[in-house]
Design a protein around this ligand. Structure first.
Ligand SMILES: Nc1ncnc2c1ncn2[C@@H]1O[C@H](COP(=O)(O)OP(=O)(O)OP(=O)(O)O)[C@@H](O)[C@H]1O
Length: 372
């Protein structure tokens, strides 16, 4: 497998008033084990990121998701040292980010890992085109070249015809597109999105999510995307790191998280997700008998349970799961209903275990938006 774009190991960020024990928290087993409220009471410190490790693979959309205050922004800002980590290691393409000097860091932020913020940070007196060209200007690209490249990205994000407007003459969604275009213009290896769409109304938000999916499909650019919205995470993420109190409680594909939640906290989090739209037949299938392997409609292993239900209902027979011309399993109506009801074989779809008493639960997730 190729070198990960980002590789993070044992990362901590502890905030605390100067002169406090912030830097000691990660290495002091007693302090490191304290629940957040106790740590604050004992030391005045907040462990915003607690011993987090993960890789961001080339070409994936890696979503960092969690409730407000769970540490998402701090974690992603640590990747380019917009916030200085307290301990742990971070590498980009194998290069140690914590060892970078000022000029190397500047290069990292300008060329390699561009950030798209929720508050777009546009320059009010500049036109759309000049705002988009701004990052290139900082890089020292000449005016004709940067205007040419800016015009290309403006078209790519659907803002053609608006090149000469100023930010005040744009809607929120259009401004967000300018922010996105500005980040894309510098052609970074990885785009970091900090809740870019949370201020947008739901329809515009959906447009922007589709824009990101489209851009990702067309360009295969690596993206790290922060959100507190579960449906957004499920829609955009190839993999999701679910955070709670600074720690990653589960890291997996949307399907892994929905089909096999790691603990009761995650289970509560995904409770209202329409399982049939996330879980695929690869998870729901069972081995086919010889007779089944030759009959019935065919679906690919990536088909969702929802899609398979349609095929089974139309044919009135179980569907064969066919991968590269080979029948790898079968899904019948019982198995498909079992996924929806979450009552099938625990080994297949991760049935909920009885809730432990005393475990905290998150508020129920908003799943009103359509999933992919
Ligand atoms: N500069 C700071 N000084 C002290 N504590 C901080 C600082 N920045 C963040 N925190 C604390 O660290 C924790 C994580 O904050 P962070 O902003 O990373 O969470 P988040 O998941 O991004 O939240 P939101 O979704 O609300 O933006 C919170 O308890 C927050 O109060």
């Amino acid at each position: 497998m190729s070198t990960p774009v980002f590789s993070v190991n044992g990362l901590w960020k502890v905030f605390g008033p100067s002169g406090t024990k912030a830097s000691r928290v990660p290495t002091d087993p007693e302090l490191a084990a304290l629940p957040p409220a106790d740590l604050r009471a004992r030391t005045g410190c907040t462990a915003a990121v607690r011993d987090v490790s993960f890789d961001v693979r080339k070409g994936e959309v890696f979503v960092v998701m969690g409730l407000s205050g769970s540490g998402k922004s701090t974690l992603v800002r640590c990747l380019t040292r917009l916030i200085e980590p307290t301990s742990g290691t971070i590498a980009i393409d194998g290069e140690d980010v914590r060892a970078m000097d000022k000029s190397r860091l500047r290069e990292l932020r300008r060329h390699r890992a561009a950030m798209v913020f929720q508050h777009f940070g546009l320059l009010p007196h500049r036109t759309v085109l000049d705002n988009v060209a701004y990052g290139l200007e900082i890089q020292g690209v000449g005016r004709p070249e940067r205007r040419k490249r800016a015009a290309e990205v403006v078209a790519k994000v659907g803002l053609e015809g608006m090149e000469h407007r100023r930010p005040s003459q744009l809607s929120g969604g259009q401004r967000q597109r300018v922010g996105l275009a500005r980040a894309l213009a510098v052609d970074p290896e990885v785009l970091l999105f900090d809740e870019p769409f949370s201020a947008l109304d739901p329809l515009i938000r959906r447009d922007m999510q589709e824009e990101v999916v489209r851009l990702h499909r067309e360009e295969g650019r690596t993206m790290v995307f922060i959100t507190h919205d579960l449906s957004e995470a499920l829609k955009l993420g190839d993999r999701i790191a679910l955070m709670r109190d600074g720690a990653v409680v589960q890291l997996g594909t949307p399907e892994e998280i929905v089909a096999s939640p790691a603990n009761d906290y995650v289970r509560e989090f995904i409770r209202d997700v329409p399982r049939e739209q996330v879980i695929t037949v690869r998870t729901a299938m069972r081995p086919a008998t010889a007779e089944e392997a030759g009959n019935g409609p065919a679906v690919p292993p990536t088909a969702t349970v929802s899609e398979a239900i349609e095929a089974v209902a139309r044919a009135g027979a179980p569907a064969r799961v066919v991968d590269e011309g080979r029948c790898v399993g079968v899904v019948d109506s019982e198995a498909l209903l079992g996924v929806i009801a979450n009552v099938t074989d625990a080994a297949r779809v991760g049935v909920a275990a009885p809730r432990q008493r005393g475990e905290a639960t998150p508020p129920s997730a908003d799943t009103s938006e359509e999933l992919v």
